[in-house]
Design a protein around this ligand. Structure first.
Ligand code: OGA
Ligand code: MN
Length: 199
C-alpha cells in the first residue's frame, strides 16, 4: 500500500500513525545537520505553554527549545520536507474530504533531562491544528536513552499506551484534538521537526 494511504488508514482506525520511510534517510541527515548549525548559532528559544497573554515558560511542564520555520523563506531541505507533508495533506483532503490548508512547523531540541508532560496539541482558543506531525532525527537511539513519545489509547473504557522512540527518520502523526501524549525525560539531546497540518 502507498505509505500515505497507510498513514491515513491508521489515523482513521486509531488516531495516530508511525512510519519509517516517510522521507529518504539522506534528507533526514541533512535536516539534522541544518538543525545543528542553527543550534550553534543560538537560534533556538525555550518553548512555553499557553497562547498570547497566557504564554509562560514552565520547565516543570515542558523543557524543549524550538526554532519556528518561516514558510515564506524555507531552506532547501525544509522545502523538501514541506513537499512530503504537502503530499500527505492533499491525500488527506482527497480521501477524507477534509479541507486542510497548510502546514506550520518548528525545529525542536530537548536537552538532556527535558520532558513534556501529558497534553493534547489543540489550544482551547485556537483550533486550527488538526494533525500533529513529528519527524525524529536521532541516529542510534537506545531504549536506555529514554525520551520516548508515549501515546495514550482509549479502548472500551480502558487506557493503554504505546511508546515510540525518536529514531532518525521515524515519522509520527496523530489527531491534534484528541490524542493525549507526553515525552518522557530524555537522557540525551533529542532532535526533531514538530509541525501541524492546519485547517
Ligand atoms: C509537542 C509534542 C512530542 C515529541 O511538541 O507538542 O508533544 O515526541 N512533541 O516531540
Ligand atoms: Mn504535543
Amino acid at each position: 500500500m502507498d505509505k500515505n494511504l497507510k498513514i491515513i488508514d491508521d489515523l482513521v482506525e486509531r488516531g495516530w500513525s508511525e512510519t519509517v520511510d516517510f522521507i529518504p534517510s539522506i534528507l533526514v541527515e541533512r535536516i539534522l545537520e541544518e538543525q545543528q548549525h542553527f543550534l550553534k548559532e543560538g537560534e533556538f528559544k525555550t518553548a512555553g505553554v499557553g497562547k498570547g497573554e497566557n504564554f509562560q515558560i514552565r520547565k516543570d511542564i515542558r523543557g524543549d527549545q524550538v526554532m519556528w520555520l518561516n514558510v515564506e523563506n524555507l531552506s532547501d531541505v525544509q522545502q523538501q520536507y514541506w513537499q512530503a507533508v504537502d503530499a500527505l495533506r492533499q491525500q488527506l483532503n482527497q480521501e477524507l474530504y477534509l479541507n486542510l490548508k497548510g502546514f506550520e512547523a518548528h525545529y525542536t531540541q530537548y536537552p538532556a533531562g527535558a520532558f513534556y508532560k501529558r497534553h493534547i496539541d489543540q489550544f482551547k482558543q485556537v483550533q486550527h491544528r488538526i494533525i500533529s506531525c513529528i519527524l525524529y532525527l536521532n541516529p542510534e537511539w537506545k531504549k536506555d536513552d529514554g525520551g520516548q513519545l508515549r501515546i495514550y489509547n482509549q479502548e472500551n473504557g480502558t487506557e493503554t499506551f504505546t511508546d515510540v522512540y525518536p529514531d532518525a527518520g521515524k515519522f509520527v502523526c496523530f489527531m491534534s484534538d484528541s490524542i493525549e501524549h507526553e515525552v518522557l525525560p530524555t537522557k540525551r539531546r533529542r532532535n526533531s521537526i514538530t509541525g501541524w497540518i492546519r485547517r
